[in-house]
Structure formats: C-alpha cells, structure tokens
Design a binder for this molecule. Structure first.
Ligand code: WTA
Length: 653
C-alpha cells in the first residue's frame, strides 16, 4: 500500500508503511539476524553477548534454566558494566566523542565526552568507596535528570553495588519504603531540581525518609538549585566536597555475569511495590542489542535522545545502559516539554541535530493537542527514527508523530516491554518491518511470545483477545523480586504454568499476524506511561481518617491513556465537608505516593459494588467513571447498589 496518499482518518489503522530501501540498506536489524535467531536461540544470544560486550572472562554456558524460573545467563562469564559503558570506548580511541549533551531546564548546558565521563565515574566510585560502599551494598539514588544521575548509577555498577533509583516525583514515604526494602546504605540526592521554571526541593524528602530507624549511613548531596538545605553533620556529605576531590583513577573489578546490577521498584497488584531485580551480563547484552537494532543506533553519526526519566526502567535501559554500552552520543534534558515554551523539545532536536527520538504516547498526544504549528517552527529534518514506549499508541497519534515530527518518512518503532523484561521485546525493526500504526507487531529476533486464551491454549485467530505470554527465557529478564522469591513465581510463572511468563497484558493478533497490545488485565493502571496499582492508591486512601472504604479504577483518558478515578465511602462526619474532603484526599494520595498518583476524580459514594464473596467489581465502577451504561450487575450481592452510586454521584467529583 502506498504511504504517501492521504487517506481519511477512519482508515488510519489500515495503512501500512513499508521500509524505505535507503534506510534498509544501512539498517542494523537485518533479515540475517531474524534467521540466525530462529535457527539457534542460545547461539544467537551468545553471539550478541560476545560481539557487543567486552568480557573480562568468557562464559562457558549460555543459559542455565535448570532452576526455572530462576535463570542464569552467560554462566561463568565476568565483566564490569561501567567499563563496558565508558572505559572501553576511551580505550578504543573514542574518548573525545560526546557521551552526554546535557540541557538544563533553564538553558544551562554541559557536555561530557566519554573521557570526561570516565573521570567523573571513577571519581564518584572512589568517593562512594570512601563512604563505605562495597560490592553488594545497595545505594538508593533520588536525583533529577542531571548527569550526576547517570554518573551515580555507573559508579555503583563499577563497584558492584546494586542501585535502586527512585523517581524524584515519588514522595518521602514511597522513598522510605523503597530504602527499607532494599536496606540501602547510602542515598544519593540533590538539594533540588528545576521543574516548570522553578526550583523544587528534593533533600527534605530524603531527610524525612531516613529519619528514625534506618539502614542509611550517608546521604550524598549534589548541589543543583543552591537552595538552602537542612544539614545533618556526620551523615550528609556534599558531592562537590567528596567527589570533586577524589582521584580520577579507579581500578574496576569484574563481577560475575549474574551479579545484581540494580533493583527497580514497580507497581504490582498488591499495595506493596515489587523490587524488580536485574543482573549484569544478560541485561547489558539485551539493552545494547535492542538499542542497536530497534533504534538503529549508529554511534559514529547518530544523536540519540530518550525523553524518559532515569527513575523509570526506560531511563535505565535506554538512557544509561544501552546507549552508553554502544558508545552513543545522546541528549539528556532536565525539564518539562513546555518550559519555557511548548516548542522546547523541538528546539532541542534542532539544536543538537537529534536523529533518533524515543518518547511516550502520552507526550505525543499532548504535543498533538498543542498544535502542528509549534513543531513546524523548528527544523526537525535530522530525525530519522522515532520510538514509542510505555503504553499502546493509538493510530491517530502514530500518524501525527510520523507526519509532523518524522517529516512523513521516519519509521516509528512502537516498542512493548516492561520493567520486568529489562529490554525491548516486541517491536518492528525499522529497516525491515512493514509498519502498522497502533501495533507493536512482532517479537524481535531472539524473543518468543504467544497469546493464550483463558484456558491457556494458544490463540491464533485474528481479533480474539487473550493474554500475552513469553515462551522462552531472555537475557534481560528479571531474576526475581528482591527478597521475595515466592511472589516472583506466583506473579509471573503460575497463571499458565511454569512454561509461560505471564506479562499481565491483554493482546490479540490481527489478520497479518501482528500483535496488538490492549492494556493491563490486572489491577495495574497506566497513567501517562507510569505504572500505578489500584491497591496501592486504595491503601493510601483508607489510611486517611475520613475514609471508610475505597475503590480505585483506571478510566480511559484522552491524553494520559488512563486516569486514576477513586470511589470512597466516607466516615460519619466527613460527609458534610464533601468538596473539602475530596481535595484533602487528593493531596493525601500525592503525599503518600507522589503527585503522579493523585486521583483525577474522587467520587463520594454510599456503597461499593461487591460480589457475594465481597470482591469489589471494578468493571462496573469503570463504566461509571467512563460515563458508560453500567454492564451486567447480576453477580452483585445487592444489585441496587449501582443505582445508588449513579444517582448519588452528581456533583461530587
Ligand atoms: C505497557 C515500561 C502497549 C504494558 C517500559 C506493560 C505498552 C507496561 C507498551 C510496562 C507498548 C509498555 N504498547 N503497552 N509499546 N510499552 N506498555 O514496567 O501494559 O513501566 O505491561 O515498563 O506498560 O510498564 P513499565
């Protein structure tokens, strides 16, 4: 089908975009690669590991799956992740290549070459060691998007000290819980961050998180905003005091391929976030490989930019580890897309000549709303690959992204993966795939997926909706949930038996065999590409003295994908202060979890719909939140409850 003729929007999802031959000619993802992976799964990954990484000691077994679902990849191999991401590029003569073009929100900039990065990481590693951090110790990182975030992560990797990065938008309570679960010894933070033109504090959240009984011995503080901070002598240390004065020579020790690299907390179906554990050799192999073949990165010529925050897995895999392992030149931006104006991102693309842009559908939809004329003011002709991640991208947003940002020619890679998968799993290859807007299409070479029905039988009929599963272990797979092996087995390897990794996403095939991801099938919401659990927000709500009971659902939202909608039953007394209480509760959730979890809407109700066994029927609440006719109520213990909710709700949001 032709990709150049304009077609009516309603046919949008039927348009295909074949690869441009000139692009295909230079692409890293080739038909040979697909063939090699299909012919020999383990041999293929061994080849990726050996050609893309530098090992201090070669591995003697590719995969040990004998203790499934606990995998070991590249068994017996040894490497240092930071050396792979930094030093070896300098050793190869690329020390002068820019690693990071940092752009502060206020317009301040910093350029770090690979040689600069090597010195900074070595200094930070020496400083952390002097603060008592040794191999195996956990370090919490609570930083904004500044180069020190990447430097800190790499310094930890250099020492073999697993990091736990906590998104700067999380509250002190959320930080405290994550520090406690990982038993972190050191926290790295900053005085604050620039956000929407203002300096916002960060350190006070750390002070609160480490007050009382804590495993934290030292707090290392980067100066960013120059705001005044409370200082705890003996515990707090300035980055510029200990890092800047440290030696820039540091001897890195290789670690075992399975040595823990990081823990990253993500929301699950219960109130307690899961500490997803990733290790070294397999993880780095897959993120380097996918960044090369999916983003089609050519480190000598590309300028790559991933707009994620390092607090999320996308930032770990596609800002820090993948691109740096490949020796990429990348942009790192501190602020929001509309500060000081709505063209800020496009101004950055123009300024640095960005060639590969990786972002989220929610951002694309927001830019779409702001209008075509804003990106039109900038020269975006350098862009040659566009990526999308975090949630399904609707065909309209896909087409807009290609036309307005990609100059009607840049291929879009819609990449499906998860914190747990560590790296990209399902995606088109930009030089090979006939692109289909809205679908993530096929598992990439080396990855195998299926869609199962309720009984666990493979579904191949187009349009029938089932559950996405992964059928073979992959190198960047999570190695477990920190401190909770049972929960790991139960969450991912029991729904359809130990053969199948259960992803928690609904999916279907279309007539061309392309996979369409249809959102979560569990109680996890996806708000602006951020994973939030209904249970976590419910428990935050009921922790407030005014709330007797709460139920949370994710309702479809035009911009953010889903939005948090809460239904609460108030305790006697609080009801009289309806609006005021609702405001108080929204702020309470922001304080308990973080502003991203703040409900868009809180509806005060007299009852919640429950089954006879007492389970809340969220499906019905979702109907209410999305202003739909309420579905089948026959399994409710009391079928009049829904009438009560619908009539009692007016004006309470
Ligand atoms: C969703 C983010 C459709 C999905 C990397 C998954 C997607 C969850 C896509 C993981 C995509 C991510 N199409 N859905 N291209 N990418 N998702 O752990 O529901 O923050 O399970 O990892 O996001 O979110 P997480």
């Amino acid at each position: 089908m032709s990709s150049t003729t304009a077609e009516p929007a309603e046919h949008a999802e039927r348009r295909h975009f074949p690869p441009d031959p000139a692009f295909a000619e230079q692409a890293n993802g080739t038909a040979d690669l697909v063939e090699a992976a299909a012919a020999d799964h383990e041999g293929f990954w061994a080849e990726q590991a050996r050609t893309r990484l530098t090992w201090a000691k070669d591995f003697d077994q590719v995969l040990d799956w004998s203790e499934a679902p606990f995998a070991r990849w590249f068994v017996g191999g040894e490497l240092n992740v930071a050396v792979n991401c930094v030093d070896r590029h300098v050793d190869a003569g690329n020390g002068d290549r820019v690693a990071i073009h940092f752009e502060g929100e206020g317009g301040d900039t910093r350029t770090l070459t690979y040689a600069d990065l090597q010195r900074e990481v070595a200094k930070a590693a020496n400083a952390l060691a002097s603060l008592g951090v040794a191999k195996g110790d956990r370090v919490a990182i609570y930083l904004p998007m500044i180069p020190e975030a990447a430097i800190s992560m790499l310094a930890c990797a250099r020492l073999g000290a697993p990091h736990s990065v906590v998104f700067g938008g999380f509250s002190s309570d959320a930080l405290k819980a994550r520090i406690a679960d990982a038993e972190a010894k050191v926290v790295i933070t900053s005085d604050g961050q620039f956000r929407r033109g203002k300096a916002a504090p960060l350190k006070p959240a750390v002070d609160a998180a480490v007050s009382g009984e804590t495993t934290v011995e030292k707090v290392l503080v980067v100066r960013r905003t120059e705001a005044d901070v409370d200082w705890h002598e003996g515990r707090d240390v300035w980055w510029h005091d200990v890092v800047d004065s440290a030696s820039d020579q540091h001897e890195a020790q290789p670690v075992d391929s399975e040595h823990p690299l990081f823990i990253l907390y993500t929301s699950g179906t219960t109130g307690k976030p899961k500490g997803i554990l990733h290790t070294s050799g397999g993880y780095l192999t897959q993120v380097a490989y996918t960044n090369a073949v999916v983003h089609d990165l050519h480190p000598e010529t590309d300028v790559y930019w991933c707009t994620a925050d390092v607090g999320w897995v996308t930032g770990h895999s596609y800002i820090v580890y993948g691109p740096l392992a490949n020796g990429a030149t990348q942009v790192m931006y501190e602020g929001t897309p509309d500060t000081p104006h709505q063209g800020r991102w496009w101004e950055i693309v123009q300024k640095y000549g960005v060639t590969i842009l990786y972002t989220a559908p929610t951002a694309i939809r927001t830019c779409m709303k702001w209008g075509d004329d804003i990106p039109a003011r900038f020269d975006l002709s350098s862009l040659r690959v566009l990526g999308s991640v975090g949630e399904p991208i609707n065909p309209e947003a896909w087409l807009w992204y290609r036309r307005v940002i990609g100059g009607d020619k840049a291929p879009i890679v819609d990449t499906w993966w998860q914190t747990e998968t560590g790296g990209i799993m399902i995606s088109p290859l930009p030089g090979l795939t006939d692109l289909e807007p809205g679908s993530a299409q096929k598992p990439i070479p080396g990855i195998s997926a299926e869609i199962l029905d309720d009984e666990g039988q493979p579904l191949h009929d187009p349009e029938k909706v089932g559950y996405l599963v992964l059928t073979k272990p992959w190198p960047a797979m999570l190695r477990g949930i920190w401190g909770d092996p049972e929960r790991y087995k139960e969450t991912y390897w029991s729904r359809f038996g130990p053969e199948y990794y259960f992803a928690g996403d609904g999916a279907k095939y279309d007539a061309d065999g392309n996979i369409w991801l249809l959102g979560r099938v569990d109680d996890v919401m996806n708000v602006s590409g951020h994973r939030l659990s209904t249970a976590e927000i419910e428990s935050a709500l009921v922790s407030h003295p005014s709330v007797a009971e709460a139920a949370v659902v994710g309702a479809t939202d035009e911009t953010t994908g889903q939005a948090v909608c809460a239904f609460v039953i108030l305790r006697g007394g609080a009801e009289d202060r309806g609006d005021e209480t609702v405001q108080e509760l929204r702020n309470h959730v922001a304080k308990e979890i973080g502003p991203i979890a703040k409900p868009r809407q809180i509806m005060v109700v007299a009852e919640l719909p429950k089954t006879r066994s007492g389970k809340i029927m969220r499906r019905l609440l979702r109907d209410v939140a999305e202003n739909r006719e309420v579905g089948d109520v026959t399994t409710l213990a009391d079928s009049t409850v829904m009438d009560l909710i619908k009539t009692g709700m007016s004006g309470s949001s």
